[in-house]
Write a protein that binds this ligand. Structure first.
Ligand code: AR6
Length: 201
């Protein structure tokens, strides 16, 4: 998906309306481990090969059990492009579904990273909606091994989610699950600033 849509709050304030404010109220940040979160669907920060790995991907595969990797291999033998995602069952996880999201590898910021990261979250919401998932949780995609700087990753993720949620009323909640206190603080600050930007517009 390479459609270009604004990712930064200051670039879409003109689109803000009551839908956007309502969307923001369905978005939250908390510290935690996403493998234990009981929602319809959790996001995974996967690689394009869908081969498993370290970070949250490794933790999700360990908690889900081997069935998840078997399903990935059978259904998606060609992997998944950056900026997109695929879905499997959640197996031994509390979540019914896992959205395997392929975020961009940070290469300095001039290689379309923000558009790709925004596209990753939008693809996940579209896929979640298509299977009737209404409660979702995501880790900070690309903000670990893939090296995306934390505050910019928060601005892109939260703006993309808020904007997309505004046109998906069936999705009740999106919880960002941040693994460290520092990341939790950064995403919470970014969310509060986004809310201020929208309410001031
Ligand atoms: N719950 C929530 N967040 C977590 C958890 C957890 N259990 N474990 C780690 N995080 P990363 P990426 C956070 O590296 O940057 C893998 O090898 C972590 O602290 O998991 O998109 C894949 O196979 C960080 O803030 O994902 C890919 O090859 C965030 O999750 C590659 O890493 C994302 O970090 C993807 O890299």
């Amino acid at each position: 998906m390479s459609e270009s849509r604004p990712e930064h709050p200051k670039r879409f304030v003109s689109e803000s309306d009551s839908n956007l404010r309502r969307a923001l109220a369905r978005l939250s940040c908390e510290r935690g481990d996403i493998t234990g979160v009981d929602v319809d669907a959790i996001g995974n920060a996967a690689n394009a090969e869908l081969a498993g790995g370290g970070g949250v991907d490794g933790a999700i595969h360990r908690a889900a059990g081997p069935g998840m990797m078997r399903e990935l291999t059978e259904r998606y033998p060609r992997g998944c492009s950056t900026g997109e995602c695929v879905i499997t069952a959640g197996y031994d996880l509390p979540a019914r579904f896992v959205l395997h999201c392929v975020g961009p590898i940070w290469r300095g910021g001039d290689h379309g990273e923000s558009a790709q990261l925004a596209s990753t979250y939008r693809s996940a919401l579209a896929l979640a909606e298509s299977v009737g998932a209404t409660t979702l949780a995501f880790p900070a995609i690309s903000a670990g091994i893939y090296g995306y700087p934390h505050r910019p990753s928060a601005d892109v993720a939260l703006s993309a989610l808020a904007l997309d949620l505004a046109s998906r009323p069936s999705i009740e909640s999106v919880r960002m699950i941040l693994f460290s206190e520092e990341l939790h603080r950064i995403y919470s600050t970014a969310l509060a600033e986004l809310a201020r930007t929208i309410s001031a517009s």
